[in-house]
Design a protein around this ligand. Structure first.
Ligand code: HEC
Ligand code: HEC
Ligand code: HEC
Ligand code: HEC
Ligand code: HEC
Ligand code: HEC
Ligand code: HEC
Length: 274
């Protein structure tokens, strides 16, 4: 039953978005500004001020740049390898072995520049690059994986036929396991499956096309889980009393709740704790 609901939403959202994206297709990463036009040698030497965080390296270009090779991840790692706050957060834990930094962290954009951006396409490409390297140095298993990736469409712009994939996802993004980085962001208590890509894209979580079922629906429990307090004494002693529905069962959310917000209790109004 839950799966049915998930598939229903997925297909409704899919159709709506397919229509929307057909007209607004948005691919490709911004090209970096070429150094080519009207460049003075001065600007070649220093393409722009460093960010605020790295301003202290104004006179230490080699902290990031290796002569001939350019910006290397190992240089960044000298200072950032043990940054627990990134490694311990699920979505950024990939930093432990990502092997490239400049693709998502730019520099020389000036003191106030935002130097971080999460580009899921870039991440997919880095992953692929690493897989290729591993293939060269090891056995068949990763060769098979690589072949699979090629077939899955990362290689070309050929659309991947699949019933339930958000149409705004690129072929490269489709190879990602969203839940491995985002299961902690799941608002659906697992009720909608772990396959976030069936309904979501990578630019934003909200889905403007989604219309919430009406407050008259009785299916609330298929998409929502009650808090633990609803399965304890608290439910009969507080929740049911507050809502003035002494005989309602927990599964009958709609007898007490509105769809606006959970503390907005039917016929009672906003319930404030304590
Ligand atoms: C905090 C790290 C950092 C420091 C310090 C730094 N850079 Fe860079 N620099 C970068 C990054 C990142 C790029 C973008 C590289 C890319 O996209 O391949 C870059 C790009 C450049 C480029 C463009 C060509 C290229 O290699 O891609 C030049 C030239 C350059 N830096 C010069 C300098 C000079 C001169 C200094 C010292 C005044 C300096 N940089 C200090 C991080 C740094
Ligand atoms: C010499 C040490 C050093 C090197 C080399 C270095 N950084 Fe940093 N980085 C710092 C320090 C110090 C900060 C500021 C930390 C803070 O504010 O907590 C910082 C901040 C950052 C931030 C956070 C910026 C923000 O706005 O909060 C990012 C992202 C970052 N560095 C990435 C990189 C990348 C990518 C490279 C290599 C191209 C690099 N760093 C090279 C020392 C370094
Ligand atoms: C696929 C894109 C991507 C790559 C590749 C990447 N990062 Fe990041 N990095 C991010 C994102 C996204 C964040 C989180 C920003 C946030 O939460 O606001 C982040 C956060 C950071 C931070 C903490 C910034 C802060 O605000 O505290 C540092 C330091 C950092 N990265 C360094 C690196 C270094 C060093 C490398 C290379 C080994 C690297 N990153 C590779 C995307 C990337
Ligand atoms: C390797 C880890 C990783 C994978 C895999 C991944 N993401 Fe992300 N995602 C991130 C990071 C890091 C951010 C930046 C925000 C943050 O630090 O929490 C982010 C941000 C997002 C955002 C919020 C964008 C915004 O600015 O509000 C959405 C939506 C998203 N991802 C969807 C997806 C979907 C859908 C997939 C699967 C197709 C996916 N992600 C796969 C790491 C990942
Ligand atoms: C069957 C479709 C479906 C699946 C699968 C799904 N979601 Fe959602 N998700 C939705 C809908 C519909 C909304 C409501 C969107 C809105 O209100 O704009 C939503 C909302 C969200 C929001 C809140 C958006 C906001 O800004 O209010 C987050 C975060 C989220 N989902 C994360 C996830 C993650 C993480 C996964 C995978 C583990 C996932 N979702 C799987 C359909 C789905
Ligand atoms: C088809 C699935 C579905 C059904 C049925 C459904 N909802 Fe929702 N509801 C969602 C999704 C998806 C969201 C947005 C993600 C989230 O915040 O959980 C949402 C959000 C909400 C919110 C806002 C939560 C917040 O904190 O912003 C409330 C309140 C709510 N629903 C109540 C109800 C009630 C009451 C019913 C029954 C009358 C109901 N829902 C039926 C899917 C559903
Ligand atoms: C008998 C009435 C009643 C029923 C049935 C009921 N609730 Fe509640 N619920 C309440 C009341 C009253 C509150 C606010 C006071 C409280 O926490 O008891 C509440 C609070 C909540 C909250 C907010 C908890 C928090 O800590 O902020 C959520 C979420 C919620 N209910 C979800 C559900 C869901 C999902 C269902 C159905 C599966 C459901 N409720 C069934 C009366 C009810």
């Amino acid at each position: 039953m839950k799966l049915k609901v998930a598939i229903l939403i997925a297909s409704v959202v899919f159709v709506a978005i397919a229509v929307a994206t057909y007209f607004t297709s948005d691919h490709g990463k911004d090209g970096r500004q070429g150094l080519g036009h009207g460049v003075a040698w001065q600007r070649m030497a220093n393409p722009g001020e460093l960010s605020k965080a790295h301003a202290f390296l104004d006179h230490n270009c080699s902290a990031c740049h290796t002569p001939v090779k350019g910006v290397e991840a190992v240089n960044c790692a000298v200072c950032h390898a043990n940054d627990d706050s990134i490694l311990q957060r699920q979505p950024t834990a990939f930093h432990a072995d990502v092997g490239s930094c400049k693709d998502c962290h730019s520099e020389h954009g000036g003191r106030n520049a935002e130097i971080t951006s999460m580009d899921h396409n870039v991440f997919a490409k880095i992953g692929r690059r690493q897989l290729e390297k591993a293939t060269k140095s090891s056995g068949d298993e990763s060769a098979a994986l690589l072949r699979w990736l090629k077939q899955s469409g990362t290689e070309s712009d050929r659309p991947v036929p699949s019933a339930f994939v958000h149409p705004a996802l690129s072929n490269a993004e489709r190879t990602l396991d969203c839940a491995s980085c985002h299961s902690n962001d799941d608002r659906h208590f697992g009720l909608f499956s772990n396959d976030c890509a069936a309904c979501h894209e990578t630019k934003k979580w909200n889905l403007p096309e989604f219309r919430h079922p009406s407050p008259a629906s009785q299916d609330c429990a298929q998409c929502h889980q009650a808090p633990p307090s609803h399965y304890m004494m608290h439910f009969k002693m507080i929740s049911a009393k507050v809502a003035a529905k002494p005989h309602a069962k927990v599964s009958e959310c709609y007898t007490c709740h509105q769809t606006t917000s959970w503390p907005d209790i039917k016929g009672v109004g906003w319930y404030k704790h304590h």
